[in-house]
Design a protein around this ligand. Structure first.
Ligand code: SF4
Ligand code: SF4
Length: 330
């Protein structure tokens, strides 16, 4: 039998988690937009399948800024102290299915040649509840990358709206069972998703065409004419994962931190010699498209894009990756 939960029960569940000291992240309205954030006292969770939060839930696993270790000079020695990975339980609730689907893609990156215990610890301690979509907007293209508005990948449980105040709860993992155990009731009603976005291109064809794309810089220079190199598309992308590690402080005392970086920044590949192998924005756009639709798939067998459209919505110039992919398809 389908299991359901009412909005009131869901909000009560969130309250009880917060009271127990569990961190809970959901979308919250800020002006006319919504952002995923950890809930603070007085915040109203925005559990609405028609809302597209600006940011991705990746930051609850791969924060924008994270301390790896601290160092302090003591006489002729240097004391190095590892930062402890995040181990408290947390819940991310209301992730879009295309956002949650990015997590298995990130797992490969942070558990491949190096086991990133900071990322992995957050993953192990986080329960992800996705929310099936009500309707696509102009940025969505999940169906073009073989996903759907109710994709289960990366989620421990999924909420599917039955009406404004009731959700069907589908549980996929033990973490999902623990979160919703005893909180749902049986019903003969089932939830639903809205219409899926039309397929915009054939991803296999894009991959094929990208085989020779490195040798066509003019195409990407043309595509990047309006690109400001601001990096917003990469920061809101659930699958972009570039970071830089820098020392902060002084030679006597400081810390090593891991900060988000972006392949769309001119300085990203700038050498100390002054040479920059990606010297214009077209080459940076080419890198982003090739990484997601050619390099990563060659290594891991799947695309590094979930068609969420965050990069399209988040670009001040209405670019993002989709218009470039549509041009390639033409
Ligand atoms: S595509 Fe848009 S968001 Fe991305 S770097 Fe260029 S201007 Fe910024
Ligand atoms: S490239 Fe754009 S559409 Fe693809 S996952 Fe990133 S933000 Fe979403």
């Amino acid at each position: 039998m389908p299991q359901i939960i009412t909005r009131q029960q869901l909000l009560a569940l969130i309250d009880s988690l917060l009271e127990a000291g569990t961190k809970v992240a959901t979308p919250v309205a800020r002006g006319e937009k919504a952002f995923f954030q950890y809930l603070e006292k007085g915040d109203a969770p925005l559990i609405d399948p028609a809302v597209f939060p600006v940011n991705s839930t990746k930051e609850f696993f791969f924060p924008r800024h994270e301390i790896l270790y601290t160092f302090e000079r003591q006489g002729t020695e240097v004391l190095v102290t590892d930062a402890r990975p995040f181990v408290a339980p947390q819940v991310v609730l209301g992730a879009r299915p295309c956002d949650a689907a990015a997590l298995p893609l990130m797992d490969r990156v942070f558990g491949w040649d190096f086991q990133d215990r900071f990322y992995q610890s957050r993953r192990e301690n986080t329960t992800v509840v996705s929310l099936a979509c009500a309707a696509p907007d102009a940025g969505c293209f999940c169906t073009s990358v073989d996903l759907s508005p109710e994709t289960q990948a990366g989620a421990d449980a999924e909420l599917l709206p039955i009406d404004d105040d009731t959700f069907e709860v589908r549980v996929f993992t033990e973490k999902g069972r623990i979160l919703f155990g005893g909180k749902t009731s049986e019903s003969d009603k089932t939830g639903r998703t809205g219409a899926a976005p039309d397929r915009k291109f054939d991803a296999a064809q894009i991959r094929e065409r990208l085989q020779t794309a490195f040798e066509t810089p003019a195409f990407f220079s043309e595509a990047a004419v309006r690109c400001l190199g601001c990096g917003a598309c990469t920061y809101v992308c659930p699958t972009c994962h570039c970071f830089d590690m820098v020392d902060e402080g002084s030679v006597d005392k400081g810390r090593k931190v891991k900060n988000w970086d972006s392949c769309q920044f001119a300085l990203f590949t700038h050498h100390a010699s002054g040479h920059n192998p990606r010297h214009d924005q077209g080459e940076r756009q080419r890198q982003r498209v090739l990484h997601k639709f050619s390099i990563y798939p060659e290594k891991f067998g799947v695309l590094l894009c979930t068609g969420c459209g965050n990069c399209v919505r988040g670009c001040v110039d209405g670019l993002g990756i989709r218009p470039v992919l549509e041009e390639i398809a033409k």
